[in-house]
Design a protein around this ligand. Structure first.
Ligand SMILES: Cc1ncc(C[n+]2csc(CCOP(=O)(O)OP(=O)(O)O)c2C)c(N)n1
Ligand SMILES: [Mg+2]
Length: 554
């Protein structure tokens, strides 16, 4: 079946294979790429991908974790569903840490996972890539999993998975398909996007929330990843309430860092200690409830797509279920009738931010490197964070100007996610530069995907901060375990020679000034990947600014 006939098939059923139906359904839902690694069980799927090559680009990687992180990065950078395909057993397990990360980040990533012959699933016969109860393992990693059993079900199953990925709390979904079922044919009408039922907004709860916020003395807004698509609304509400907005990791960039009311963790904690009403938008509030504490003087109003989230740790004063954007719009419409007259808090916030900034100065050289990056990365350029010293500092103080431009791995803090995730972000957003930072430890998890970046001409810039160690672990061993160093020292390649050997542009930069100059050059190179190695020593600990004591409650 050609892509043209696929378009027709959306109107009238036509004969096609299960694999063609799945691919046509992806195309019909607006996907333009699939990240994949082939193998026997998926040969028929790849043959369908070949036929759709002009409408769906197949980006193959060197390891399944690379394909999955790329799909994740593309999903985070665009906010749109993305897909990856892997063989069963080892292929699927190789993708699992990235799939887990996608689940933790509520990222809409569809896993297409091969299977052994249908009749033998569950029989433990020793087929190539057979794994006991693959379906059961998959089911525990995602909220929506299914197996395609018949060609006639393939398109609807795909559309249902894609709908589940955007319904309620977004997140990944998975479809398995036995190797021969991919090739079965039927008369199929390609299923377009299914309507998504949005939860009804509770008008009475909106009114109560508006009254509560309107009467609040020192309201505060806390944003998580669920607020990324509601930046305008958060900004408007913050202005109406003169409420500081805390974003950390996944909530950064919702309110522009240049707004004096935009704050990060340490000042956010101080404000948590003073506030009487908190509006929490798409965030778990784990740090707040577990580290900073809670008491009866604080009313929490929650907006969350997942109704289960509201009461997990603490019963909120008001719970609003649904997407942040429409709920915030209703709140904004309701608030003026109840809002107190509010003196501006900009000057106060500027002053308090400056005080914290002074204390954060001890995070040197992290700050100077981040300043070099910010100076060269355009406003809408995307920064991809890692579990590394400069990353921990970035979460606290890297200025972020727009939503979806600060990609940080959320609560999993999966070491090694960054480089391949950034490749996916850059592949999906060729219109803006993407910069990945990583430690030498994290980079080597997926550095093999430099080959993917070369082959697919992905112009990502990666900065490798090389301290010859799992530096974070080493510092903890030095400080808390009497300098008994174990498993934290690293032998590294010459990263510049290594990257060059793939055909990437590569340079070494030893100072922030050199990094800035190098970035100017690599960001201008849009033909392929670049690596900048920055040799560094041990860096001061950021943890006193991240794991902070209780400030409320007993
Ligand atoms: C998948 C995974 N494994 C292990 C860890 C634990 N861990 C956190 S930081 C770190 C070391 C990071 O080393 P590197 O990337 O070189 O960054 P550095 O701290 O040296 O800047 C490790 C092993 C983790 N977060 N994730
Ligand atoms: Mg290191």
């Amino acid at each position: 079946m050609t892509p043209k006939t696929a378009r027709k098939a959306a109107l009238a059923p036509s004969p096609m294979t299960a694999a063609e139906a799945v691919v046509a359904t992806l195309v019909g839902h607006g996907l333009d790429s699939i990240y994949a690694l082939p193998g026997l069980q998926n040969d028929l799927l790849f043959d369908a991908l070949f036929r759709f090559a002009d409408r769906l680009r197949t980006v193959h990687t060197r390891h399944e974790q690379g394909a999955t992180y790329m799909a994740l990065g593309a999903a985070l950078a665009t906010g749109k569903p993305q897909a990856y395909a892997v063989v069963p057993g080892p292929g699927f397990l190789n993708s699992a840490a990235a799939l887990l990360t996608a689940y933790s980040m509520n990222a809409p990533v569809l896993a297409l996972i091969g299977q052994i012959p249908e009749a033998d699933i569950g029989r433990n016969l020793g087929h190539l890539h057979e794994i006991r109860d693959q379906g059961g393992i998959v089911k525990r990693l995602v909220d929506h999993a299914a197996r395609i059993r018949k060609a006639g079900d393939a398109s609807l199953a795909t559309a249902l998975a894609l709908r589940a990925m955007r319904t309620g709390r977004p997140g990944p979904a998975a479809l398995e398909c036995a190797m021969e079922v991919w090739g079965r044919s039927a008369l199929i009408a390609v299923q377009g996007p299914l309507p998504i039922a949005a939860p009804k907004i509770d008008a009475a709860a909106i009114r109560r929330a508006a009254k509560r916020l309107g009467a609040a003395k020192r309201p505060m807004i806390i944003c998580g990843g669920g607020a990324q698509d509601a930046a305008e609304e958060v900004s408007a509400l913050s202005a109406m309430l003169q409420a500081p907005v805390l974003g950390y990791r996944r909530g950064r960039g919702v309110l522009d860092s240049r707004d004096p009311l935009s704050v990060t963790l340490p000042l956010g904690r101080e404000l948590w200690g003073e506030t009487d009403v908190v509006l929490a938008v798409g965030t778990r509030l784990l740090i707040q409830f577990r580290q900073w504490g809670i008491d009866l003087d604080l009313a929490v109003i929650r907006i969350d797509a997942d109704p289960e989230e509201h009461n997990r740790l603490h019963r909120p004063a008001i719970a609003l279920t649904g997407d942040a954007k429409p709920i915030l719009r209703r709140l904004i419409a309701e608030l003026p009738a109840h809002n107190a007259r509010r003196p501006p808090r900009q000057d106060e916030m500027r002053e308090r931010q400056a005080r914290w900034r002074k204390r954060l100065e001890k995070l040197s050289p992290q700050i100077a490197f981040l300043e070099a990056i910010r100076a060269e990365l355009p406003e809408d350029g995307i920064f991809v964070d890692e579990v590394t010293q400069v990353g921990f500092a970035a979460r606290l103080l890297f200025p972020v100007y727009k939503p979806r431009t600060f990609l940080s791995p959320g609560y999993q803090d999966t070491l090694g996610w960054g480089f391949a995730t950034a490749l996916g972000a850059q592949h999906a957003r060729p219109d803006v530069p993407v910069v990945a930072i990583t430690g030498d430890g994290g980079f080597m998890y997926t550095a093999n995907e430099l080959a993917t970046a070369i082959l697919h001409r992905i112009p990502l810039t990666t900065i490798v901060f090389n301290d010859g160690a799992f530096g974070n672990v080493r510092r903890i061993q030095q400080e808390r375990y009497g300098n008994r160093l174990i498993g934290s020292e690293l032998a590294n390649p010459d990263f510049v020679a290594f990257a060059k050997s793939f055909g990437a542009e590569a340079v070494r930069a030893s100072t922030p000034e050199e990094l800035r100059r190098a970035l100017r050059r690599t960001l201008a190179n849009r033909s392929g990947p670049s690596v900048i190695e920055v040799p560094v020593g041990a860096m001061p600990s950021p943890w006193e600014f991240i794991f902070m004591d209780k400030i409320r409650g007993k």
